[in-house]
Design a protein around this ligand. Structure first.
Ligand SMILES: Nc1ncnc2c1ncn2[C@@H]1O[C@H](COP(=O)(O)OP(=O)(O)OP(=O)(O)O)[C@@H](O)[C@H]1O
Ligand SMILES: [Mg+2]
Length: 407
């Protein structure tokens, strides 16, 4: 393992693109040394629809982060999202082949490979196979079966697939910005990495990332990921509701939302007023009650949470959420959101600010950076477990070690 390594997380969001450069030390910590952001205009609902606009935003975020860090980005862990993502649970079974029926690394590799032997349509590609638990001769709940003895090895996995074209477009944009994709990572996996605690994931928790164009859901239990889904509604819908409801331009509606938005009218003082600019030149500003604003956006928050709640119940995961719900993403900054969520889910709800990194944390300790910080943490974990592809390919010794392992 090299002494120090640089890891980069690249969150290609609907609203903003964020690049974070981290320096991984041997002391078991990763420090943020560079952050760059750019307004995103080339995506719709989490999916790249305009290559050129996306590339130029990536470059802007990249340059800003590079300047701050004094380091040139060559590769990155890149988040992926969109309604085209599908996820399902699968199972693999093999007979243990080795000497004395002792489970070797190769058996583990083989059983995971076997779990993938379900029919995946040619227009889709697998982006993650996440082992949930292993079963050795009917003994379940095993996290790491290496070295155990048994005749039959089974694994339960969560498989995440994506439309090939969407991944390809994402890769093209990253490539054109001169960056190599180290790995494509599902946004929810990254955001969970940054916002959930180990105990929550063990006990059972739902992570909801409310972004600009999407709401991304992940459910964990017994330390593993069991369910993910994406709803194509997000913070931009709140902004549109305000623009229509108050007859004000979108940029103004966005400002009003961030400054005065509250989705729980019970939290408001009836007398509170706000100033709202009108559409059209020469029109005067109006004074409105903050209560009216809440009346406009509260139904949207309720709608999103009802959709999530129905989704969770339809899949039968409502009993899994023993630690409740964690809300993250930029829209989680909306006042009163936790209260509305608690009412609809009838569960404890908290806001998830990204944690677990050092260095320049002041700029990224808000929920809109959960995915980018999470990509960094995910990358850091990969680096500790198997190094980065460059290091693996790069040194002869690393290649030799790989070769010896395989032999
Ligand atoms: N203080 C705030 N109050 C309310 N909403 C906010 C606040 N700050 C940001 N937002 C909203 O958060 C959303 C952006 O969140 P985020 O940066 O997580 O999105 P994204 O990752 O770009 O989008 P997506 O995940 O949907 O692709 C926008 O709709 C923005 O209006
Ligand atoms: Mg996002």
């Amino acid at each position: 393992m090299p002494k120090n390594s640089y890891i980069v997380g690249l969150d290609i969001g609907t609203k903003k693109i964020a690049a974070i450069i981290g320096e991984a030390g041997e002391d078991g910590k990763i420090e943020i040394i560079g952050i760059g952001t750019a307004e995103s205009r080339g995506l719709r609902k989490g999916v790249v629809v305009n290559l050129e606009a996306t590339v130029s935003a990536i470059k802007k975020a990249q340059e800003e982060a590079e300047l701050m860090a004094g380091y040139e980005i060559d590769r990155a862990f890149v988040g992926i999202s969109g309604a085209h993502i599908k996820s399902f649970n699968s199972r693999g079974v093999i007979a243990v082949s080795g000497k004395n029926r002792e489970i070797a690394r190769d058996d583990i590799k083989r059983v995971i490979e076997q779990s993938k032997a379900v029919s995946i349509p040619p227009d889709r590609e697998v982006i993650h196979i996440i082992p949930q638990e292993f079963v050795v001769d009917d003994q379940d709940g095993i996290k790491d079966p290496l070295g155990m003895s048994g005749i039959k090895l089974e694994v339960n996995v969560h498989i995440i697939t994506s439309a090939t074209t969407s991944v390809q477009n994402l890769r093209t944009c990253i490539g054109r910005a001169g960056i190599e994709v180290e790995q494509i990572v599902l946004n929810q996996i990254a955001a969970s990495e940054a916002t959930l605690t180990h105990d929550e994931m063990e006990l059972g928790v739902g992570m909801i990332d409310l972004g600009g164009g999407t709401t991304e859901i992940a459910i964990f239990e017994r330390g593993s990921l069991w369910y993910t889904s994406i709803i194509p509604i997000g913070g931009d819908n709140f902004t549109n509701d305000i623009a229509v409801g108050l007859r004000t331009p979108i940029p103004e509606a966005e400002k009003i939302k961030k400054k005065f938005g509250c989705v729980s009218s019970t939290l408001l003082d009836e007398q509170e007023t706000i100033e709202v600019p009108s559409v059209g030149r020469g029109k005067k500003e109006r004074i409105l009650s903050r209560q009216l604003l809440a009346d406009i956006i509260q139904p949207r928050a309720e709608e999103i949470f009802r959709l999530v709640d129905n989704d969770i119940k339809r899949m039968g995961y409502e009993k899994s959420l023993n630690s409740g719900i964690v809300l993250t993403g930029g829209t989680a900054l909306l006042e009163g959101l936790e209260e509305v969520a608690e009412e609809i889910f009838d569960l404890p709800v908290r806001r998830g600010d990204p944690a677990g990194v050092g260095g320049l944390v002041d700029r990224v300790n808000t929920p809109d950076y959960a995915t980018s910080v999470g990509l960094l943490l995910y990358g850091y974990k990969q680096w500790k477990e198997k190094g980065l592809s460059k290091d693996r390919k790069g040194s002869l010794w690393a290649r030799l070690k790989e070769w010896l392992k395989e032999a």
